[in-house]
Design a protein around this ligand. Structure first.
Ligand code: NDP
Length: 450
């Protein structure tokens, strides 16, 4: 396309957003390069969603094997070997990194396995000292775990390290009350670790419907996870046997094997030359962009977690795709619709949601109608597992349009993906009611709610 520059597009960061944007731009005929200082695939593939979900599957066997007894299976001599799961997961991560690399190479995207920094309006300097120029620059550098300040914070691990542990901790404290804290609390607990989740407030999973969060809290406590709210870390001190002494405010010092921080993520903006390029940052250090992912500098764009809009992989992918289609595909500018995004927390059991919570809908619409189903899944009944699921549907009180669906149930995320289409399409409770149930399923509750 451009003869004035070495590349039409230079992408910094080969995570979900950067890879999608680069591949699609190349497919549109652009000459593309991408730089990645860690591993191709980024957080989701290398140290996030994908390996985490594999651990969730692995953890679930603990319950399945217990439940299997009431279904006639003898499972007494089953043992769990962390090293086997860890190594298999890491092997699959290697495979996926290869697949992502192949995708880029198959589209003739030049990959620089090193750090890149913007050094001039259209110039990028690589860690090796090599300089290249590009007509457009895309920043897709993601985010990293936030480390709260306390004495000895450097002794804590984050989700980054959790996938590489030599052995499972007998006793672990997890800081945070969000996605990662609840997911890893479930994972470690199922593997047999004694887990305490510590949060600075008494709110877990902010943004999710409180009724579902309460249900998760009840079930988590029943499973043996301990919770401490409204407390902070005073110190983490190593002890001689390899563990740590931990002191929380208003609590006695205790000894644990591991401390993990899951206290949000901060955008990766340092050392990228953003100040030299004159790129504006927001209050949380995120790159400010418009609806089309364009920064305040005309030819520099940013997608994904570094923009701190919605920190979810599928959103970064959509932003990357929209950017590439807009800039290189000859489309009218495409903006990603950030409303009504379905999401899930892969806790034990998982929570999934789309649209407004009851509280949000009341504030926005005034009149709302709530339908609920609180039930014990058939499998849990036979298994002797006393865990109830909860589905909640939030409708506009006037029109009957469904504005939110919330579920805590086994396989909630799988069911939610389909339900989210209906919510996004603006269907009503009457549309759901007119759909015949598939019996016996948990999902049938969606069309039977009262
Ligand atoms: P979350 O934003 O989900 O939760 C952060 C938690 O840490 C909150 O409980 C928050 O408390 C607390 N916190 C924030 N700052 C501090 C601090 N300085 N000291 C102590 N506690 C603090 O973050 P996660 O780290 O769990 O996950 C990061 C993001 O990654 C998520 O927001 C999500 O977008 C994404 N993610 C998505 C997953 C999925 O889709 N299943 C899985 C994992 C991550 P408070 O509520 O009081 O602010």
């Amino acid at each position: 396309m451009s003869e004035q520059y070495d590349f039409d597009l230079f992408t910094i960061g080969a995570g979900s957003g950067g890879v999608r944007a680069s591949r699609v731009a190349a497919a549109h005929g652009a000459k593309v390069a991408i730089a990645e200082e860690h591993r191709v695939g980024g957080t989701c593939v290398i140290r996030g969603c994908v390996p985490k979900k594999m651990l969730v599957y692995g953890a679930h066997f603990a319950e399945d094997l217990k439940d299997a007894r009431n279904f006639g299976w003898k499972t007494e001599n089953c043992e769990f070997d962390w090293a086997v799961l860890r190594d298999n997961v890491l092997k699959d991560v290697d495979r996926l990194e290869g697949a992502y690399t192949d995708t880029l190479e198959n589209h003739d995207v030049t990959i620089f396995h090193e750090r890149a920094e913007i050094s001039g309006p259209h110039e990028i300097t690589l860690a090796s000292g090599k300089k290249v120029t590009a007509k457009y620059i895309l920043i897709a550098t993601g985010a990293r775990p936030r480390l709260p300040e306390c004495e000895g914070a450097e002794h804590a691990i984050t989700s980054n390290e959790a996938f590489h542990l030599d052995k499972l901790p007998g006793r672990i404290i997890i800081a945070g009350g969000g996605y990662i804290a609840n997911e890893f609390a479930g994972i470690f607990n199922e593997f047999g670790s004694k887990v305490t989740l510590v949060n600075r407030s008494d709110k877990l999973l902010r943004g999710y419907d409180p009724a579902l969060v309460d249900r998760l809290l009840q079930i988590s406590i029943m499973k043996g996870i301990e919770f401490k709210f409204n407390t902070k870390f005073e110190y983490i001190k190593p002890c001689e046997d390899g563990g740590y002494f931990v002191k929380l405010t208003d609590c006695d010092e205790e000894r644990v094997d591991q401390v993990m921080f899951a206290t949000g993520r901060v955008p990766n903006v340092e050392g990228l030359g953003l100040d030299k390029a004159g790129i504006e940052l927001g209050d949380n250090g995120e790159i400010k962009v418009d609806r089309f992912s364009k920064t305040n500098v005309d030819h520099i764009y940013a997608v994904g977690d570094v923009t701190d809009r919605v920190q979810l992989t599928p959103v970064a992918i959509r932003e990357g795709q929209a950017f590439a289609d807009t800039v290189f595909g000859g489309h009218d500018p495409l903006a990603v619709d950030h409303s009504c995004i379905p999401s899930a927390v892969f806790s034990h059991p998982p929570i999934a949601a789309v649209g407004m919570t009851e509280g949000e809908a009341k504030n926005k619409l005034g009149s709302v109608k709530i339908y609920q189903s609180d039930f014990r899944p058939m499998k849990n009944v036979l298994a002797g597992r006393n865990e109830r699921s909860l589905f909640k549907m939030v409708c506009d009180g006037e029109s009957g349009e469904i504005v939110g669906i919330h579920m805590i149930a086994p396989e909630a995320a799988e069911m939610m993906q389909a339900a989210a289409i209906a919510v996004k399409a603006g269907l009503t409770k009457a549309d759901f009611d007119s759909t015949t149930a598939i019996h016996p399923t948990m999902a049938e509750e969606l069309v039977l709610m009262r």
